[in-house]
Design a protein around this ligand. Structure first.
Ligand code: IMP
Ligand code: MG
Length: 184
C-alpha cells in the first residue's frame, strides 16, 4: 500500500502527537460546559474520531453520520448527500462535528446547517486536515489538525474508492494508483 504513495505528508508519530494536542484543546474549550456530544462523519473521520475522543477528558456521547460527497472518484460531486440519520437528540446539547478533511467546505457547511436545525446549545467543527486554497464557502473550522496543500491524500481514515483507510500515516496518492488496471 505504501508503494502507492507519492510521498508521506504526515507520519504516524506526528499524527498521534497532534491528535493528543487537539484532544487537550477541545477538553479546555468545553471544560465548563458539561457533557459534549460528538458527531463523527463516517467513514472518513472514523480513525481520527476514534483516536481523538480518547484524548478528550470530559463526559461525552458519540453519534455518527454517513455522508457521500466523493463517489469513488477524486472529484467531488456538487452537493453532498446525507445517507444515514443521527440517533441522538442534539437539542440544547454542546455539539462538536468531526470530519476528516475540509476541501471545498461544502460537506461541512451542509452538515452544520442540518445539525443547527436540531437546536444545539453550541455547535463547533473539528477537522483533521484542511486544504485552504480550495475553500468555496465562508466557513472556518474551530479546530484543525493540519493545513495541507491541494493534493489528493489517503490514509488514517481517508480513502480513495474505500481503499487506504487503514494506512497509519497520511500520504499523497500517486496518480497511477488512482485508477489501477485491476479496478477497471
Ligand atoms: P468538501 O465538501 O469539498 O469539503 O469535501 C469533503 C469530503 O471530501 C471529505 O470529508 C472527504 O471525504 C473528501 N475528500 C476531500 N479531499 C480529499 C482527499 O484529498 N482525500 C480523500 N478524501 C477527500
Ligand atoms: Mg471520503
Amino acid at each position: 500500500m505504501l508503494d502507492d504513495l507519492h510521498s508521506v505528508l504526515v507520519t504516524q508519530p506526528v499524527l498521534q502527537k497532534r491528535v493528543e494536542e487537539l484532544g487537550r484543546e477541545i477538553s479546555e474549550k468545553y471544560r465548563d460546559t458539561g457533557e459534549l456530544t460528538v458527531v463523527a462523519i463516517i467513514n472518513g473521520a472514523i480513525v481520527f474520531a476514534a483516536d481523538l475522543i480518547r484524548h478528550i477528558d470530559l463526559p461525552l456521547r458519540l453519534d455518527c453520520l454517513r455522508v457521500s460527497s466523493y463517489r469513488d472518484d477524486t472529484k467531488p460531486v456538487s452537493s453532498p448527500e446525507i445517507i444515514d440519520k443521527l440517533r441522538l437528540d442534539l437539542k440544547d446539547r454542546h455539539v462538536l462535528l468531526i470530519d476528516d478533511i475540509m476541501d471545498t467546505g461544502r460537506t461541512s457547511e451542509q452538515v452544520l446547517e442540518m445539525l443547527r436545525q436540531m437546536g444545539p446549545a453550541s455547535l463547533r467543527l473539528c477537522v483533521l486536515l484542511e486544504k485552504r486554497g480550495r475553500r468555496e464557502v465562508d466557513l472556518e473550522p474551530d479546530f484543525v489538525g493540519f493545513s495541507i496543500p491541494d493534493d489528493f491524500v489517503v490514509g488514517y481514515g481517508l480513502d480513495f474508492a474505500e481503499h487506504y483507510r487503514n494506512l497509519p500515516c497520511i500520504g499523497v496518492l500517486r496518480p497511477e494508483a488512482q485508477n489501477p488496471p485491476e479496478w477497471r
